[in-house]
Design a protein around this ligand. Structure first.
Ligand code: FAD
Length: 477
């Protein structure tokens, strides 16, 4: 249906020129122009991480340059709230004489409402709106079990997805072709100035080039040993691509295709490192499907409603100690310091600190979820909520409530030489490899509490109390 008129593309969490479905499809119909909106009022209300927003903005700057090489302008405009989007977009479409708006779907509930309102406004005024599935391999809600219901358990979900997924389905699209320069003056608002709170900004180079280099290096050098290395936070064993996936600088298709190709086209068989890594990408997919099929999870509700009866605590002192890395449990404290300094935390440690907050301190898991969203560069409502509800045993396919990590055993198992602990807790650097995991234990040589606090709670007592709380509500329901 090429009409060769100017096509308007609304970019959001898809900050890339290559394998961008809306951008590519629009470019098949005529010259294109892109627009991106900031929503500071919305960001503030949702307590969004300045680290994530900063990374987003850095990527927009790079994308603007990359697109300009193709003579594709990227306009940036400042709005306040999502509700401002329909009118602003219609106005831009009218100014530019664009009959068609193109964008890729997002899955947060506010984002879906915003996008539906935009579509409706465009249709009412006789404009066309083209929406695409782009952030996932299969459209959420399409993959159903034999009873025609959405999957609630990961493994059958993955099996069903692998059964249906052809290589063509996740074949990345190319970048749009270079177009003729557009005539006329187009004005942009300056991008908001958002400073990150993390200190190690060099970990996050912006742009597609940096992201693809990292993907290539991971597939070539680390993916085959991923299964063995991925749980050890002192080893650089994971891809660290999550922030690129969250901002859409990389697409899940690009990652999945690269891994599948390296695994000779196989999904479930072949190299164990590659199959495990693909499976992790499917966890991301799973939580997006859960978010769309059970939107209550992003409205502060437990997936298993009876677990909302657990008397979760709201103790500010305990919460602050956890947030500041002062719990007296070195693996928890080192991980929390990693989060605040880098905007990222190793997956094994996300599980450990989330279980510690919800099961040892029995604080409301939503407090931890929101602290993560305030600091993560890769903060993603679906994966973060899924991870937190898994750890708190309130979610879909969650850890059974009676399975509780002992954080000290986790530390001994996954950081046996204490390398990760020494990196983040200089005060414990001199301790031997055994005492460093539990410095204030009776058998330790380390007794100076002014250097490092005693544990906030006794793990076995906390464990027993949490088990009791879960048993009680299980009995009642
Ligand atoms: P890799 O191990 O290289 O994995 C590759 C990609 O697969 C990741 O980049 C990510 O996109 C996806 N992935 C891996 N593990 C998971 C998982 N368990 N769930 C969903 N997707 C996964 N991930 C986020 O992207 N954003 C979040 O806000 C987030 N919050 C989390 C909160 C908790 C409590 C837990 C337990 C996990 C959370 N995760 C989140 C998942 C996971 O910890 C990160 O995706 C991972 O640590 C990112 O590092 P990586 O890119 O090196 O991952």
């Amino acid at each position: 249906m090429s009409d060769n008129t100017l096509q308007l593309i609304w970019l959001r969490r898809d900050l890339r020129s290559r394998d961008n479905t809306a951008l590519y499809q629009a470019s098949q119909n005529g010259p294109v122009i892109c627009i991106w909106f900031s929503f500071p009022g919305q960001w503030q209300e949702h307590n969004d991480s300045p680290n994530k927003l900063w990374f987003w903005l850095e990527n927009i700057k790079v994308l603007e340059k990359n697109l300009s090489v193709l003579n594709i302008p990227l306009l940036t405009r400042n709005l306040n709230r999502f509700a401002d989007a329909p009118e602003a977009l219609l106005q831009v479409a009218k100014e530019l004489g664009c009959q068609n708006l193109w964008f890729n779907d997002e899955y947060g509930i506010n984002e879906q409402r915003r996008d539906d309102a935009v579509e409706q406004a465009f249709q009412q005024q006789g404009f066309n709106c083209h929406r695409f599935t782009d952030d996932v391999l299969i459209k959420p809600g399409q993959l159903l079990n034999k009873q025609g219901q959405p999957f609630k358990v990961f493994t059958p979900f993955r099996k069903a997805l692998y059964r249906d997924l052809t290589p063509e389905q996740h074949q990345p699209y190319p970048a749009p072709a270079k177009q003729k320069p557009l005539k006329g003056q187009l004005s942009s608002d300056p991008l908001p100035d958002i400073q990150p709170t993390l200190s190690e900004t060099n970990l996050w180079p912006a742009g597609e080039k940096a992201a693809h280099q990292q993907l290539k290096a991971f597939i070539q050098d680390k993916s085959e040993s991923y299964k063995d290395d991925r749980d050890f936070p002192a080893r650089p064993g994971t891809s660290m691509l999550s922030s690129y996936l969250t901002t859409g600088v990389l697409s899940v298709r690009q990652c999945f295709s690269a891994a599948r190709q390296a695994n000779s086209g196989e999904l479930d068989t072949g190299n164990a490192g590659l199959t495990t890594w693909m499976s992790e990408l499917i966890w991301r997919e799973f939580y997006r499907h859960i978010l769309v099929c059970f939107p209550k999870v992003c409205m502060s509700k437990a997936f298993q409603p009876e677990t909302d009866q657990i008397p979760w605590k709201q103790d500010t002192d305990l919460l602050t100690a956890w947030q500041e890395g002062r719990t007296g449990v070195p693996i928890v404290d080192a991980a929390m310091r990693q989060l605040v300094a880098t905007g990222w935390m190793h997956n094994r440690l996300r599980m450990v600190v989330a279980m510690y907050l919800s099961k040892d301190l029995r604080l409301d898991w939503r407090l931890g979820e929101s602290f993560f969203m305030k600091h993560l560069v890769d903060g993603d409502i679906a994966s973060n909520n899924g991870g937190w509800q898994w750890a708190a045993s309130t979610g879909t396919d969650a850890a059974p409530y009676f399975r509780m990590f002992n954080p000290v055993s986790q530390s001994e198992k996954f950081d046996p030489d204490g390398d990760f602990l020494r990196q983040w807790l200089p005060e414990l650097r001199e301790l031997d490899n055994k005492s460093i995991h539990n410095p204030n234990a009776g058998n330790s040589l380390f007794t100076d509490e002014s250097l490092y606090p005693s544990p906030l709670v006794d793990h076995s007592k906390a464990r027993a109390a949490t088990l009791e709380a879960f048993k009680k509500i299980k009995k009642q329901n």
